[in-house]
Ligand binder design. Structure first.
Ligand code: AMP
Ligand code: MN
Ligand code: MN
Ligand code: MN
Length: 287
């Protein structure tokens, strides 16, 4: 029996159902090979890969939690809220996610127009070639097109030069509210978690407001150990978890063998003094 935090849980990654490049089955195989003991697939604004991921995990004898990563607009910024352990057949959650995905095609066409003004043509059609789910065209797919055509060498360079605020190809977008995202997850019997808090451009006051409002709406966890955090951020958000009485999560945010620097299951363990989110979800884990 492990001490509670010494578990190779990877509770954040993406498949072709959103902006990853691998299928749920190939991801499950990779997670198993890398020693993952508890896995969740968390596609952006989507749960249509959940039954496949669950079956693939079960076939490999790997414990599974249902997952998603919801795009939220808070204080003018995009924030991501991970949901874990919800009922994958919950109708209100499915409808909320459908509404959240709804504006993506129009946004993508506007992104393409903006890139065309900067001399990059055919980006909508180019990005679509990389899309696995027609309802989920994302900036990542545009980034792959700009790498394919040689405009940039790799996807982080695309985000530095394009697709972010103030750069060509950026189109502001209004996602779900924090309250709605947390409510959809918790009413579907899941647990809501603030994803990679170190990645937002918030002042200390705005970050405090995010955590305070998140808790008030019923959120219970925060990602501490994630592929998107530095070692210093592991320490900082371990403190934040304790300050706000939140459980801690761990996940690589793996998207692709060619792009992600953190592979599935290859992260430090959670600091021992934190309550892991899987303790809150013990009765939702599918064995
Ligand atoms: P979207 O939901 O369409 O706004 O796309 C957001 C996705 O873009 C994120 O989930 C990441 O996969 C990717 N992304 C955002 N910023 C960066 C970055 N700086 N470098 C690489 N990928 C990024
Ligand atoms: Mn992504
Ligand atoms: Mn994210
Ligand atoms: Mn993610």
């Amino acid at each position: 029996m492990h001490p509670k935090n010494i578990l190779n849980a990877d509770l954040h990654c993406h498949s072709v159902v959103s902006d990853g490049t691998l299928t749920p089955e190939v991801l499950a195989e990779r997670a198993k090979t890398n020693g993952v003991e508890l896995w969740a697939l968390t596609d952006h604004d989507e749960i249509s890969g959940q039954h496949r991921a669950m079956a693939a995990a079960r076939a490999r004898g790997m414990a599974y939690l249902t997952g998603t990563e919801i795009s939220v607009t808070f204080a003018g910024e995009t924030v991501h809220i991970v949901g874990l352990g919800f009922d994958p057949d919950d109708a209100a959650l499915a409808q909320g996610l459908r509404d959240t995905r709804g504006g993506r095609e129009q946004r993508a066409m506007e992104m393409s127009e903006s890139l065309a003004k900067a001399g990059i043509h055919g980006a909508f059609e180019g990005a679509l070639k990389f899309v696995g789910n027609p309802e989920l065209i994302s900036r990542t797919h545009f980034a792959r097109f700009l790498v394919e055509t040689g405009v940039c060498r790799e996807t982080p360079e695309v985000f530095r030069k394009y697709l972010t605020e103030g750069k060509p190809g950026y189109v502001p977008h209004r996602w779900a509210t924090l309250k709605d995202a947390v409510t959809w997850i918790t009413q579907a019997k899941g647990v809501a978690i603030i994803a990679h808090p170190g990645r937002y451009n918030f002042s200390a006051n705005e970050e405090y407001a995010l955590f305070t409002e998140f808790k008030a709406h019923g959120g219970c966890g925060v990602e501490v150990v994630t592929g998107s955090h530095t070692k210093q951020e592991f320490v900082k958000y371990a403190e934040t978890a304790k300050e706000f009485g939140l459980a801690a999560s761990r996940g690589s945010d793996f998207h692709s063998p060619d792009e992600s620097h953190t592979d599935l299951g290859k992260l430090p363990f959670l600091p021992g003094e934190l309550t892991p989110v899987w303790e809150l979800l013990a009765d939702r884990i599918q064995q």
